[in-house]
Design a protein around this ligand. Sequence first.
Ligand code: GSH
Length: 202
Amino acid sequence: MMKLHWSPRSPFVRKVMVAAHELGLADRIETARTVVAMTKPAVSLLPENPLGKIPTLVLEDGTVLYDSLVIVEYLDSLAGGRLIPKEGPARWQELRRHALANGFLDLLILWRNERDKAQPLPALLDAFRLKTDAVLPALEAEIGAISGGPVGLAQITTAVAGAYMDFRFPDLGWRERCPRLSDWQGRFAQRPSMLATPIQDA
Ligand SMILES: N[C@@H](CCC(=O)N[C@@H](CS)C(=O)NCC(=O)O)C(=O)O
């Protein structure tokens, strides 16, 4: 069995687990609950991942893989490469669309950290909002293209980002602002891979 440092709250962990389910590999992964927080680094994780972040995957031979993109690439390689095109323009589009949704997740996590501080920096809150107001229309404009092909890394990450907004940013109103993205995400969220990996505070 592979061991995944895991939490039900982390969208990056969820991305890896959705990929594992889509690839039929979920039963080869044992999850180890690992509690991380930026203000309380997971000291026990540092020997395996000096960045102290989850997801971190430990293979049967002890090889350690991070971050989530590397882990998904690895799982995809085990399954013959179904989630990330191997070459050509399709590969670069897949990876760039992943970078958009994944970078948006990075932004949302930083935003949440900042807004929860006693004295958030207004300039930072403004910057997060400004970027979010640019990312949402970009995703709305591109969702037709993103959802046009087979299930892949970009679709998984985009769907996970939508669910994360529902979870931590219910006031953003993203479903009203992005009706096509919302419709598509609502359908994707019914896939067994998504239903098997609910994001929750537990
Ligand atoms: N780029 C990383 C991001 C992972 C990440 O930020 N994970 C968060 C949990 S959602 C974490 O471990 N935070 C702990 C910390 O930053 O100390 C990836 O794609 O795996």
